[in-house]
Design a protein around this ligand. Structure first.
Ligand code: COA
Length: 334
């Protein structure tokens, strides 16, 4: 069995910054409410007319990650792409990356696990490397939320939270068994699927319904039972972090950097208090990006690394919770 380690990181967010005040021109909301409930000050939203999509942003982040790994596109053996906002219902964004980066006809899969998407994607890539099947895998998380949000007062409980962006890493085989991904832990509980969901389009609710709805059918917008999600998030985050630490005979004290999925600053702060983590043991950037779902952890990881917050041999813990419900953690010795 081999180990896998992250050898290159990159992220891309659209230039267009949307502040909380900008949102209050679109709907009945205000900066104080958004900051107090979520910690978010601004997010990046793709501008109308831009070429950016989840796949395009993913490709931009991927090019950086491959370069930072000192590799070329031809060294990549496989693509894992996590998103809930793919360019097409099918095919997935993974195959678009293969084409956009002019790669060989390597395999590509999409992971559909929403806010836990990157954790699931990283874990999936890790298994392919552990078994020796592949050496270098491109793992991408990208979301184009802004075009699918209800930007009226009706949708304000959801739409103020989400941002667009993409992050990518190259996961590579290492012979050093003490380094890289130590373990990953994945969970789901589908009975709560309807608490955070975009019900349409679905095979049950297809083109005739879209045409008939005249924009009144809200099943095309994300629905979230925010309070319910919040209560489950804090419990599951805590459980899955402990699960990861215990599996490796570690304690919260051993964490050098914890990167939670950026769902809500209050959730991150709850977890920080619960595990008595110092400010330098946790990295949050939701203030500037909002919740970018499958892209959030990999954007935060790339940014933290760029800022010199991760050193060789550091213990880095990633954890996520989201729609499904799904949740998971990855424990990494850098
Ligand atoms: N601006 C102003 N007021 C708003 C608003 C907005 N953007 N969105 C909702 N409100 C209002 C509500 O209408 C409600 O008004 P009422 O009391 O008159 O009915 C009030 O604010 C409180 O709404 P509520 O939904 O109870 O707020 P909350 O404290 O639960 O915060 C969330 C809402 C969404 C920020 C919070 O529930 C949350 O973060 N949940 C977890 C979400 C999450 O992490 N999702 C991603 C998981 S991956």
């Amino acid at each position: 069995m081999y180990n896998s380690k992250i050898t290159g990181l990159g992220f891309y967010v659209p230039e267009n910054v949307v502040s909380n005040d900008d949102l209050s021109n679109m709907m009945d909301t205000n900066d104080a409410w958004i900051q107090e409930r979520t910690g978010i000050k601004e997010r990046h939203w793709i501008e109308e007319g831009s070429e950016d999509t989840s796949a395009v942003m993913g490709a931009k982040a991927a090019r950086i990650a491959i370069e930072k790994a000192n590799l070329t596109k031809d060294d990549i053996d496989f693509i894992v792409f996590a998103t809930l906002s793919p360019d097409y219902y099918f095919p997935g964004c993974g195959v678009q990356i293969q084409e956009m980066l002019e790669m060989q006809t390597i395999g590509a899969i999409d992971i559909r696990n929403q806010c836990s998407g990157f954790v699931y994607a990283l874990s999936t890539a890790d298994q392919f490397i552990k078994t020796g099947m592949y050496k270098n895998i491109l793992v991408i998380g990208a979301e184009y939320h802004s075009n699918g949000l209800d930007k009226t007062t009706r949708g304000r409980g959801v739409s103020v939270i989400f941002g667009d962006g993409a992050g990518a890493c190259v996961l590579s085989r290492t012979e050093d068994n003490n380094k890289g991904i130590l373990s990953s832990h994945l969970h789901s509980e589908g009975k709560y699927a309807d608490k955070l969901i975009v019900p349409s389009p679905s095979i049950k609710n297809w083109v005739p319904e879209i045409l008939a709805s005249n924009g009144e059918d809200i099943s095309y917008f994300p629905f979230m039972d925010g309070t319910f999600v919040f209560k489950h998030a804090v419990v599951r985050f805590s459980e899955v972090i402990m699960e990861g630490l215990t599996a490796n005979n570690l304690t919260p004290n051993d964490i050098d950097l914890f990167i939670p999925h950026q769902a809500n600053l209050r959730i991150s702060q709850f977890v920080q208090r619960k595990f008595k983590l110092r400010d330098d043991q946790i990295y949050n950037n939701i203030m500037n990006y909002g919740n970018t779902t499958a892209a959030s952890i990999i954007i935060a990881l790339s940014e933290a690394f760029e800022k010199g917050k991760i050193k060789d041999n550091d213990l880095v813990v990633l954890a996520a919770f989201g729609s499904g419900f799904t949740w998971g953690s990855v424990v990494i010795r850098w």
